[in-house]
Ligand binder design. Sequence first.
Ligand SMILES: Nc1nc2c(ncn2[C@@H]2O[C@H](COP(=O)(O)OP(=O)(O)OP(=O)(O)O)[C@@H](O)[C@H]2O)c(=O)[nH]1
Ligand SMILES: [Mg+2]
Length: 182
Amino acid sequence: MLKGSKNRQQSERTFQVLVVGSPGCGKSALLHRAVADEFEPAYLQTIGADLVVKQFHGEDFDSCTLDLWCCGGAERYRPLLQQHYDEADVVMMVYDMTSRESFTELTFWYNERMRTMPDAHLFLVGTKADDKAGQEISTEDSQTQATSWKADHVTVSAKTGANISDLFRRLARRCLGVAPAL
Ligand SMILES: Nc1nc2c(ncn2[C@@H]2O[C@H](COP(=O)(O)OP(=O)(O)OP(=O)(O)O)[C@@H](O)[C@H]2O)c(=O)[nH]1
Ligand SMILES: [Mg+2]
């Protein structure tokens, strides 16, 4: 189990998740689909940072709360996440499957995590899986990268909702220490 912390009013645990990735890769859309089950086609750039809280009620394992810290992908917002480095349980590295650049940029976040949050678990998440014609990163390539980074790997679509609940279920299980080994 990752370290997490106890909620003030509840007995369940709360885990801190940093959601990082390039501008426009789909971080906010992913979180919005996860908590509101809606999709916004227009690009509304995140200014500064957002906190999205997702409560997870496991059927075959304990419940938990995920604090998802998501900052705008523009470089000037990166320092906003630094205050959460110490308490991060998971770093969710998001890339856009239709953008090789967004995939390459994750190396920054991988190095940052190795330097400052070596104990945080990694998730590598590919978005926009619905856009088959635009794919620039194959699942094989990203799986190879995930294996070398010892990361869980999931590809999702916020547009269709595909794999979103699977992602958060795996995330909650990983936090609670009930996920199968990689
Ligand atoms: N087709 C498709 N488009 C998506 C998907 N997810 C996000 N988008 C679109 O991609 C654009 C950017 O999505 P955002 O979620 O705002 O990206 P972001 O990573 O939060 O961007 P910043 O806040 O600038 O860092 C929007 O127009 C979304 O509608 C997806 O799964 N499929
Ligand atoms: Mg955003």
